[in-house]
Design a protein around this ligand. Structure first.
Ligand code: SAH
Ligand code: SF4
Ligand code: F3S
Length: 494
């Protein structure tokens, strides 16, 4: 582990070692020396800013990048241009994420012209697509470094080469290599952490780019995950979110590739992993995402009943209500199967909060199909939902479907879906009126410097008058007002 290495003892004038991890350590030492020289020359440490465009996994990758930079002598800055190094961590799940990235990149051109020392690095899911690399090469000469999702751990080494040679580097791996353990991370909150349990996706839903940008499924070893969570608990973390594109297939490696395979090694599956993590002292809340409905096991439902730290909340993306649409999406469950699963979950865990993802306007979706989505939403009564307009993704099977839905139809359906979802969400929140809920206090609320915001076990935001001493604590809050998207309350003082 990095923490035990004395980097000052490494001879950075010698040839770089060939073997890992010595090669990494050599470059860390080199980078630290570079940062010290920078400080001598400029009277301050080199400063970085990371803009993240994607999902929690993408956010967690940014935390790892920040952790690696801080370890090497950099400090975080708070603006895109007033720093020495700008990193854009991209997402390609929908077209507007692509557009926002190119828009932001365009804004940086001016800064680069003014200050050639300003370094621009781009990474993340978009970089795993050849057409994006081609565009960057042809039209964005002010980008200094391009790397992908599979070689994130190489970032410091690549950055050091850019700094020393002041020439552009593009290094993207087509597929995932071995899982690299022990990378540092700079967390947004000291008391909350993301923990990757697996990488990649094997499901190939026909609309989705993720299997192409994140590669095939690989699971981390349970002992590495347990060790990481124990270290996090020792560092003051109370709340962990386990991340994977489909956590339900943790430990299942159908391709027999690298990574952990529960069956071959007679080790824990996802539910088994939850039991192990539930025993770790100091951890008080465990969440996970995302769960594919086709793989949700009875053992997982049982884990909700058995594991006191496992929060009564599940994100169970349905995507659409019509079985025909689900089939064309390659989701591998029917509307009826999904509804039966929700019923089973609610019978076992009566107060479970269920959230979902919904896509409107998937190719071939008729008004009748859309009505099936509305019907499903009314039947399930989701606590919350993320809703998306279908967006054509280059290289996915649905790109070639010739029955694309016109934009105006998608928008109109989207609005009607909101009209159904929001009153349900308000009704679900209203149940909390008068209850006393344990709330993990996150800090000042985004909109005010007087009110504090925290989360219930089910992930609902609660605002209340508080004080800084409560931040990071789980405190009882009496809910006094329920709105559609948030709750208000009062701290119950002993
Ligand atoms: N692995 C997760 C989701 C990853 S992407 C899962 O299986 O649920 C997050 C969400 O983005 C998806 O659930 C889906 O609702 C949405 N999404 C993915 N591709 C999309 C596309 N091409 N157009 C619109 N929404 C999309
Ligand atoms: Fe995409 Fe489907 Fe994999 Fe989720 S399960 S990441 S939606 S392909
Ligand atoms: Fe996440 Fe976007 Fe990649 S949703 S996995 S950052 S394409």
């Amino acid at each position: 582990m990095y923490q035990e290495i004395d980097f000052d003892k490494i001879d950075i004038h010698a040839e770089p070692p060939i073997e890992e991890p010595d090669r990494q350590y050599y470059y860390i030492a080199k980078c630290r020396q570079w940062a010290r020289e920078f400080e001598k020359k400029n009277g301050r440490r080199p400063c970085f800013f990371i803009q993240t465009f994607g999902c929690q996994m993408n956010e967690h990758d940014s935390e790892t990048l920040a952790g690696m930079l801080i370890e090497r002598g950099y400090v975080p800055g708070d603006s895109k241009t007033d720093v020495d190094l700008m990193i854009l961590n991209t997402c390609s799940v929908r077209e507007n994420a692509d557009k926002r990235f190119f828009g932001t990149l365009g804004q940086l051109k001016h800064k680069k012209e003014e200050c050639p020392e300003y370094t621009v690095a781009v990474c993340g899911c978009m970089m795993q697509q050849q057409h994006v690399i081609d565009t960057l090469k042809a039209k964005y000469p002010w980008v200094d470094l391009v790397f992908g999702t599979h070689n994130l751990h190489q970032f410091p080494l690549l950055l050091q080469n850019v700094m020393e040679e002041r020439q552009r580097i593009v290094e993207v791996w087509p597929d995932g290599g071995d899982i690299v353990e022990g990378l540092p991370a700079k967390r947004l909150y000291p008391f909350k952490a993301f923990v990757n349990i697996m990488y990649g996706c094997n499901n190939f839903c026909t609309y989705c780019i993720v299997p192409y940008t994140r590669g095939r499924e690989r699971s981390r070893r349970p002992e590495d995950i347990v060790a990481e969570v124990k270290a996090l608990a020792a560092d003051g973390v109370k709340d962990i979110t386990l991340l994977g594109q489909n956590v339900n297939s943790y430990g299942v490696s159908p391709h027999g590739r690298d990574g952990y395979c529960a069956q071959a090694e007679n080790g824990p599956d996802f539910a088994g992993l939850l039991y192990l993590l539930n025993d770790i002292e100091g951890i008080e809340r465990i969440h996970f995402m995302t769960s594919h409905p086709k793989d949700l096991s009875d053992r997982l439902i049982q884990a909700f009943a058995d594991c006191d730290k496992l929060c009564n909340q599940i994100h169970l993306p349905v995507q659409a209500g019509s079985t025909k649409t689900l089939q064309r999406m390659n989701r591998r469950y029917t509307k009826e199967q999904y509804l039966a699963l929700v019923k089973k979950l609610r019978e076992a865990v009566p107060d479970i909060s269920i959230s979902t993802d919904l896509i409107v306007g998937f190719p071939g979706e008729t008004e009748e199909d859309f009505q099936e989505t509305l019907d499903l939403v009314r039947q399930v009564e989701y606590d919350s939902a993320f809703t998306f307009l279908y967006s054509i993704r280059k290289g996915t099977p649905a790109e070639r479907y010739d029955d694309q839905v016109p934009e105006e139809v998608k928008h109109e359906r989207f609005n009607r879906l909101m009209d159904v979802l929001h009153p349900i969400q308000a009704k679900k929140n209203a149940i909390y009126q008068g209850r006393v809920e344990p709330v993990l206090v996150e800090g000042l609320s985004k909109t005010s410097d007087e009110t504090y915001a925290g989360r219930t076990e089910s992930g609902r935001t609660v605002n209340f008058f508080g004080d800084p001493s409560l931040v990071g604590q789980i405190v009882p809050v009496k809910i006094t007002e329920c709105k559609t998207f948030s709750l208000w309350g009062e701290v119950v003082r002993p």
